[in-house]
Design a protein around this ligand. Structure first.
Ligand code: TRP
Length: 337
């Protein structure tokens, strides 16, 4: 039991989760929850840093994301699932950590930089958006997480968290905060169904866990493949072909998959046949998830109760850390002895 670590990871509730989330992280969380103590944060406050004008969207998606978690097999009996904004201790920690970080350091965070460009903020960057890596450091350190399973784009957040932990422990001469380590997924990021970059809801190239069977079928049928593979007998390209990227992520029969790839490269194997195999493999894995999701969706009150209980449990842990933080900072004014 001494090897049991504390894990914290999570998602912004900006839309339902998709196959990319599933292959890259949700599957891993289902495994990890049995070996470690796992916390999963639904980061609504972080989602608001660039959605301040649309809180309904965030609010609606909290339930959607929770349904996705439960449907894939994240078990609330062992994993604590909680809502970020309902743990106000995180906001207080963020406030103190902000003093340990410079604006120029925040502006150098490569992921934030990319996102600022993508969102076209220009000179009007919301301060909360620029500072969200600090709030993420609060999320991670409040639970004294050892491991943070994330995609590559989140590595700069872990790096900044480590810097904050070191500054805090040095300045306040303590060892209250724990340095986290990133746990990178072994599955490469899934491309979108259009073969252009990653799956992203705003690009409309995703297969969501909440898509109906018909929708999934339709999306697979119209998936981008090798544009030079015009006739069945033409040789085809596997690399960069999203149909094969999905098969790599989901086909349990690796040997069979190699044979399919060889055949495709050689020529004589049509896209329709390969897509039929993909649909078979996806149905095998996603149909039971969809069924479970539909079942949970019939009782939203039950799902919200799970989140409420998880949030209460998370608050207990976060407020313990906050007490230690305040004490280290000599802010425990009324703790006379
Ligand atoms: N930034 C993460 C994302 O966009 C979500 C997140 C918020 C998170 N707090 C976290 C991830 C803490 C890991 C740890 O998906």
């Amino acid at each position: 039991m001494s090897t049991q670590k504390i894990i914290l990871t999570g998602d912004r509730p900006t839309g339902p989760l998709h196959l990319g989330h599933y292959a890259g992280s949700l599957r891993q969380r289902v495994e990890l929850q049995h070996q470690h103590k796992q916390f999963i944060i639904i980061a609504d406050a972080q989602a608001l840093t660039d959605n301040a004008d649309n809180p309904e969207k965030i609010c609606r998606n909290i339930l959607e994301v929770a349904l996705d978690y439960l449907a894939v097999g994240i078990n609330p009996a062992v994993t604590t699932i909680f809502v970020q904004s309902l743990v106000p201790e995180l906001a207080e920690l963020t406030m103190y950590y902000l003093n340990l970080v410079t604006v120029s350091r925040l502006q150098r965070n490569p992921t934030v930089k990319d996102e600022i460009r993508q969102r076209g903020f220009g000179a009007s960057i919301p301060a909360g958006f620029l500072a969200y890596p600090v709030s993420q450091a609060a999320d991670i350190t409040a639970f004294k997480a050892d491991l943070v399973p994330v995609g590559e784009d989140q590595l700069p957040m872990i790096e900044q968290t480590i810097e904050i932990v070191r500054s805090f422990n040095r300045i306040y001469n303590c060892s209250v905060l724990v340095e986290p380590e990133a746990l990178l997924s072994s599955v490469p990021r899934l491309p979108g169904t259009d073969g252009k970059g990653k799956m992203s809801k705003s690009l409309g190239n995703v297969i969501s866990l909440s898509d109906s069977a018909d929708m999934m079928c339709q999306k697979v049928k119209t998936m981008y493949t090798d544009p030079k593979h015009l006739h069945v007998e033409d040789p085809g390209t596997v690399e960069g072909n999203p149909v094969f990227a999905y098969l790599d992520a989901f086909d349990p029969d690796k040997k069979g998959l190699e044979a399919i790839k060889d055949h495709y490269r050689r020529g004589g194997l049509g896209d329709v046949v390969v897509k039929r195999r993909l649909l078979e493999v996806l149905s095998e894995e996603i149909d039971p998830i969809r069924a479970k999701r539909e079942q949970f969706a019939q009782d939203p009150a039950c799902v919200m109760r799970i989140l409420k209980e998880g949030t209460e449990a998370a608050r207990v842990v976060a407020s313990r850390t906050l007490d230690e933080v305040r004490k280290a900072m000599r802010l425990d004014y009324f703790a006379y002895e």
